[in-house]
Design a protein around this ligand. Structure first.
Ligand code: ADP
Ligand code: ZN
Ligand code: MG
Length: 637
């Protein structure tokens, strides 16, 4: 069953740069705020001691009438009145008794009666263009603009940080470039993923004893690409490789290389490799390779910066040989968008698949994380593992954490089953939106669908035996799969072989219909393959009744077009096309009915297989032999 789930939704792109920038932004803003507060304080301190009393205009006027105010300074916005005249002020200043002067201030009001009043009271009055505050004026006019400019400049500098004079010594801005010395993670800390560990153990061995490999001249992969959905422990495994081999670990994320300015990312790649060579043997780990390794053909607008970065990476990988002792590990959850150049020999020529964990692996991961918390002895981890189909290591780690928090909140001193169950519910509520967890009905349907494929494969003579059946949602597209192991390489296929394949493709849907009485979109991929095969049998292999031994060219590569795009060139009549369509439909219906009958006659085995699948999620060869052995392979009808 192949349901394309929304891959973009799965994409996990921690915006590392963004987070750092926001931090720096706040930082410079604080400077600005502090500056302004400082200015205000200064202003108050320097200009404050004259004890200026701010009063209402009416009171100001009263004081003039009473004769307390002897001198008035008028500015466009304020009146400032003092209790002494200028002459008296000079006299008081000479005696050092300026503090006897009181100063009042009032906001200006357009009062035509004021001047006559001042004249009457014989008050000195004069006008100033603006309030007479030289220091404040100086600060406002000179210091503040520069402060603002400076703050702004700092902000910009931080944001584009790596463009200054130290483009190349980016260590300052990126702590990550510094190699981690003693990585603590070990393979044992990563539960499950046994196959991946076996593959990576070879890298560990090489890093531990490079001389052994260089002496024999064996080929050691330069680059290993780990492929798998987010949260399955790719980063953790990479660090475990470093930990196991005891070598320094350089970690960068693909997103770190994507810069605004052309050439910066490339310079960073160059520097990364230069530093790594100095520290060899060591590991370079490029997380989220897809951020730089996006296929150049696929992107609509060309992004010079990313392209240069990618090219630089390719150049660096070609430029050293594994004898230098540098191994490049990389991780992605979107291998399909990677530039093919990255996967060529001498680059990431080895790929390790890190799948979502099955029930057993989930239990192991849960137990691993539960070591950190105090667990109630009655907890049934197996049940928890079974209830978390489709979740990845990171989710499970979260669930254990969340359960511990719930226990603390409830004032218990150990984590109970119900804490874990509640934590699952919480996690699931969040994840269901992301389409990462399938509901029980869907899971049942997938189980029957895959069981159908497996049984019909088993019943089809000449078909490659079933190796493995799985209903663990694989994230990379499939909700489940049935894996056939080719026993021998086949160069020729007979008509019977092809019909057998078609039967196998159709079996998933047939099983769904038999047991659940309805069909689903899950078979879309199977149907595409089946229909395609039937059509090719008719048009290419001459296996139809009416056009037996006739080649009907449907498609032809047009050599005038670039690439190997094909254009449809039909060299037969419309009537023939109609025949092909009708015949395709007829053959498919006929095969489908046959498959349905076969499955119906072994419904008990179908149910048994599906139930076992629901329980174990993955059935290996041995389990399958046991269940399917109840059927004697009968010749295909
Ligand atoms: P990825 O790089 O594949 O997105 P990570 O390596 O960042 O995943 O895993 C995130 C966290 O999930 C890890 O730090 C670990 O706590 C937990 N985790 C994931 N897979 C496993 C596993 N197989 N065993 C134990 N813990 C795991
Ligand atoms: Zn299928
Ligand atoms: Mg990761």
């Amino acid at each position: 069953m192949n349901n394309q789930d929304d891959r973009s939704g799965m994409r996990e792109r921690p915006d590392l740069m963004g987070r750092i920038n926001r931090g720096q932004f706040r930082f410079s803003l604080w400077y600005l705020v502090a500056g302004v507060i400082g200015l205000m304080l200064l202003n108050a301190l320097v200009l404050g001691p004259r004890s200026v009393e701010t009063i209402d205009y009416s009171e100001f006027r009263d004081r003039i009438e009473q004769g307390t105010i002897r001198r008035v300074e008028m500015s466009p916005s304020y009146y400032v009145g003092s209790t002494v005249t200028k002459k008296e002020a000079i006299e008081l200043a000479r005696q050092g008794a300026l503090d006897k002067i009181r100063v009042f201030r009032a906001a200006r009001i357009d009062d035509p009666g004021l001047i006559p009043l001042l004249e009457r009271q014989e008050v000195e009055y004069f006008a100033v263009p603006e309030e007479n505050r030289p220091l404040l004026g100086f600060l406002l006019n000179w210091v503040l603009p520069f402060a603002v400019l400076f703050a702004f400049w700092r902000l910009m500098y931080n944001r584009l940080g790596k463009t200054g004079p130290d483009v190349l010594s980016f260590g300052k801005h990126h702590a990550e470039i510094v190699a981690e010395g003693n990585v603590e993670v070990r393979f044992d800390d990563v539960a499950g993923s046994e196959e991946a560990k076996v593959e990576l153990a070879e890298v560990v061995d090489f890093l531990k004893h490079p001389e052994r490999y260089t002496a024999i001249g064996g080929h050691i992969p330069k680059g290993v690409l780990m492929v798998g959905p987010p949260g399955t422990g790719k980063t953790m495994l990479a660090r475990a490789v470093a930990g196991e081999s005891g070598v320094p670990f350089f970690r960068m994320s693909g997103a770190d290389f994507v810069e605004m300015f052309v050439g910066v990312g490339a310079a960073r790649v160059r520097d990364l490799f230069r530093q790594a060579r100095k520290k060899a043997p060591c590991i370079i780990f490029i997380d989220e390779l897809d951020a730089i390794g996006k296929s150049r053909a696929q992107t609509m607008s060309s992004n010079d910066e990313r392209e240069q970065t990618l090219n630089q990476l390719l150049v660096e990988m070609d430029g050293f040989d594994s004898r230098t002792g540098v191994v490049v590990l990389s991780a992605t959850n979107r291998p399909e968008i990677l530039d093919p150049a990255l996967l060529r020999p001498g680059r990431f020529d080895r790929q390790v698949l890190i799948d979502k964990p099955d029930a057993n692996e989930r239990e192991a991961i849960l137990r691993k994380h539960a070591e950190q918390v105090k667990l109630d002895p009655d907890v049934d981890m197996n049940a928890i593992a079974r209830a978390t189909a489709g979740l990845v290591g990171a989710d499970l780690a979260n669930i254990v954490n969340e359960a511990a928090l719930l226990a603390v909140r409830a004032d218990r001193n150990s984590v109970t089953q119900s804490d874990l169950e509640e934590a699952i519910e919480k996690a699931v509520a969040g994840l269901q939106k992301k389409n990462r967890l399938i509901n029980p009905q869907e899971r049942r349907r997938v189980a029957y669908h895959e069981a159908g494929h497996a049984i019909v494969t088993h019943m089809t003579p000449g078909a490659d035996p079933v190796q493995k059946v799985s209903i663990v949602p694989r994230g990379l597209g499939a909700l489940g799969y049935t894996l056939q192991l080719p026993t021998e390489e086949r160069y020729l296929l007979t008509e019977e072989d092809l019909l057998g394949r078609i039967d196998i493709y159709l079996a998933g849907r047939a099983a769904e219909e038999i047991v659940l009485d309805s069909i689903s979109t899950g078979a879309a991929d199977d149907l595409t393959k089946a229909s395609d095969l039937v059509r090719r049998m008719i048009t290419e292999f001459g296996m139809s009744e009416e056009f037996r031994h006739v080649y009907l060219p449907a498609k032809q590569a047009d050599r005038f077009l670039r690439d190997d795009r094909t254009v449809s060139v039909r060299e037969y009549s419309e009537a023939t096309q109609q025949y092909i369509d009708r015949e395709t439909a007829r053959v498919l219906r006929q095969r489908y009915d046959g498959v349905r009958r076969k499955l119906e006659s072994h419904k008990d085995v179908l149910v048994a297989t599906a139930e076992r699948l629901l329980e174990k999620e993955v059935l290996e060869r041995a389990d399958l032999d046991e269940i399917l052995g109840r059927i004697d392979a009968t010749p295909t009808g």
